[in-house]
Design a binder for this molecule. Structure first.
Ligand SMILES: [Zn+2]
Length: 339
């Protein structure tokens, strides 16, 4: 699969970088293995629309203060759009809402999940998460490390936006008089907003389509039977079939690229290969989700990666279960899956 990357330079810290008519790229640091997020500034009739907001930490606030003062040509922010509930996207939305006095726009599904995660106490979060991961075979020290930290979400998204405007599938947003069509991605998060401008084939894809990494697919303890693999693949297929090959994709991580169809096909292939690997292993003997980690991930996993990996493993097992390719049986409080 070869993608075309039209921009070889990155935006400088605290500066905007033009990638399409009225569309500017911002790059914020993240304190993780994935060390940055791309945010977007869209020129509006009387100001600027911000798409995605950065992790809710002091460093992001400092960058926003500088950007708002120096990069908006003296014009106001007119709207803040959040693609999905993950803290690197939603984290600064509540601050921007207050600071700029503008509404935050997101999907109802993302809002609901963010709100429910925020209201859970540390004790509740730990208890639910531990019980869920233990039922999938993660035990002992690893369980405590992965699930013992409490409600980390709240620490990097507070405050949540107060009363967001909701948009969803098929809606049109007018920005600078130009229509942007809403497409909904699923699987990585419940109702992920992607925005597409037909005029010049520009897609703001958030985390739904990334150029080099596959978006994490996670089963959450509050929805243990979810099948995010199928939801991801199905929603990607809709996007692929609706949008042209030469779409300029502006992703939340990595570089802007062309090659949307090839990239989506590669992501779909990646998940069908993972499903196949998991199915073969379950054909040899019953496995729980934790047993599956060395089958699916060849590298050493740190604590954060272990959490994501457990999510992926359960997601693929749930998918095979829904397809009727494996059966599930409980032994000593742990789910085992057999082909
Ligand atoms: Zn995300």
């Amino acid at each position: 699969m070869s993608l075309d990357y039209p921009f070889t330079e990155l935006p400088l810290a605290g500066q905007r970088f033009k990638v399409a008519e009225g569309v500017f790229w911002l790059r914020f640091p993240l304190p993780f293995a994935l060390d940055h997020i791309n945010l977007w500034l869209l020129e509006d009739t009387h100001g600027w629309v911000i798409l995605d907001t950065g992790l809710g930490v002091r460093r992001s606030r400092e960058i926003w203060q500088q950007l708002l003062a120096e990069q908006l040509d003296g014009k106001p922010v007119t709207r803040v759009i959040v693609t999905h509930y993950h803290p690197d996207h939603l984290g600064m939305a509540g601050w921007l809402e207050q600071h700029c006095g503008v509404p935050v726009t997101m999907s109802h599904g993302e809002w609901q999940l963010a709100d429910s995660i925020c209201t859970a106490s540390d004790a509740q979060t730990i208890e639910r998460f531990k019980a869920f991961l233990a039922s999938h075979g993660l035990l002992g020290d690893d369980l405590n490390k992965v699930a013992g930290k409490g409600n980390g979400f709240r620490r990097v998204v507070m405050p949540l936006p107060k009363s967001p405007d909701f948009i969803g599938e098929g809606d049109l947003l007018l920005i600078n008089g130009e229509p942007w069509q809403v497409y909904i991605g699923r699987g990585h998060s419940p109702e992920h907003l992607c925005l597409y401008r037909e005029k010049d084939h520009v897609l703001l894809s958030g985390d739904q389509v990334l150029p080099t990494i596959s978006s994490n697919l996670m089963v959450r303890p509050t929805e243990p039977e979810a099948n995010p693999v199928m939801a991801f693949v199905d929603s990607l297929t809709v996007i692929r079939d609706a949008l042209p090959k030469d779409t300029l994709v502006l992703p939340a991580h990595g570089l802007p690229f062309r090659g949307l169809h090839a990239r989506i096909n590669a992501l779909v292939d990646h998940h069908s290969q993972q499903l196949e690997q998991v199915l073969v292993a379950c054909g040899q003997q019953p496995h729980n989700a934790h047993d599956m980690l060395p089958v699916m991930f060849k590298r050493e996993l740190d604590v954060q990666q272990m959490m994501f990996a457990m999510g992926e493993s359960i997601a693929h097992l749930n998918c095979l279960l829904e397809q009727g390719k494996v059966q599930r049986e409980e032994r000593n409080g742990i789910w085992y899956f057999a082909a």
